[in-house]
Design a protein around this ligand. Structure first.
Ligand SMILES: Nc1ncnc2c1ncn2[C@@H]1O[C@H](COP(=O)(O)OP(=O)(O)O)[C@@H](O)[C@H]1O
Ligand SMILES: [Mg+2]
Length: 245
């Protein structure tokens, strides 16, 4: 049985149709990459999955249950965790407190020990008493990951987790994601522009263009699709072939 099934999802904002019939499914523990030009609907799709945006049409099943009318909190407790393109941390709270907040909403049984365990996993335990506002971008991304992991997700939604990071930090976050995957078996959907890093963690990619899936398959196949080259690869083509930056 699939962990996640997305069926024919439509979403418009006013006259602007952001998703035009998106369907795909994801198995337990599987990793999927979602790429596409800016404005193609990637973040909207993650929002529909996590529940911060309600689709106009279509359905989302998670663990065999229909979830598309449930609140983000309920979905988080069911095991859908996420990070945001622009990190959403509490700057005035400490690193540890930032992880305690979602744990608190997760219900009884949550405690500081668990929070410290997760901070250890993402490499931030030594900074637990530092205010989140004074973290570097790479550290903020680690903290976002810790928050998403706090409720023991079965599915992790990551929106541009590598964006803005230098190559060393990209490699470190990539290693961290690999470790999280092997230790917890969590399934992941990564919305990503940093293709080189993405292709090191998954062999399965969906390309979105103007709210539609125009390609699904292995990274190599992207370069054989005229539609993908035209809509997305364009100037990224050299980097994609491993010749670029
Ligand atoms: N809350 C919103 N209100 C109005 N328009 C939105 C909203 N969120 C997204 N859109 C529009 O939906 C389209 C898809 O956006 P988005 O999902 O953010 O794309 P991506 O993440 O691929 O860059 C864009 O045209 C964007 O302007
Ligand atoms: Mg986006």
């Amino acid at each position: 049985m699939s962990l996640l099934v997305v069926r024919d999802v439509f979403k418009s904002f006013g006259g602007n149709v952001a998703l035009k019939g998106v369907s795909f499914s994801l198995g337990e523990g599987e990793i999927l990459g979602i790429v596409g030009p800016n404005g193609s609907g990637k973040t909207t799709l993650l929002n529909v999955l996590s529940g911060t945006v309600r689709q106009d049409k279509g359905s989302v099943f998670f663990g065999g249950k229909r979830v598309d009318r449930l609140s983000p909190h309920v979905r988080a407790r069911m095991g859908i965790g996420r990070t945001f393109q622009i990190t959403r941390l509490f700057s005035n709270l400490t690193v540890l407190e930032n992880v305690l907040v979602p744990l608190h909403y997760g219900g009884p049984g949550s405690d500081g020990k668990r929070a410290e365990e997760i901070l250890g996993m993402v490499g931030l335990l030594h900074m637990k008493d530092v205010k989140a506002g004074s973290l570097s971008l790479a550290q903020r991304k680690r903290l976002e990951l810790a928050r998403a992991l706090s409720l023991n997700p079965r599915l992790l939604l990551l929106d541009e987790v590598f964006a803005g990071l230098n190559p060393v930090s990209v490699r470190e976050i990539l290693d961290l994601l690999r470790r999280i995957h092997s230790e917890t078996g969590v399934a992941m959907i990564l919305v990503e522009h940093v293709l080189k890093a993405l292709f090191q963690i998954t062999r399965r990619v969906i390309v979105l263009s103007e709210g539609r899936v125009i390609y699904e398959g292995e990274p190599e196949g992207m370069a054989n699709s005229e539609e993908v080259i035209k809509a997305y690869l364009g100037e990224r083509y050299e980097a994609f072939r491993g010749k670029g930056p």
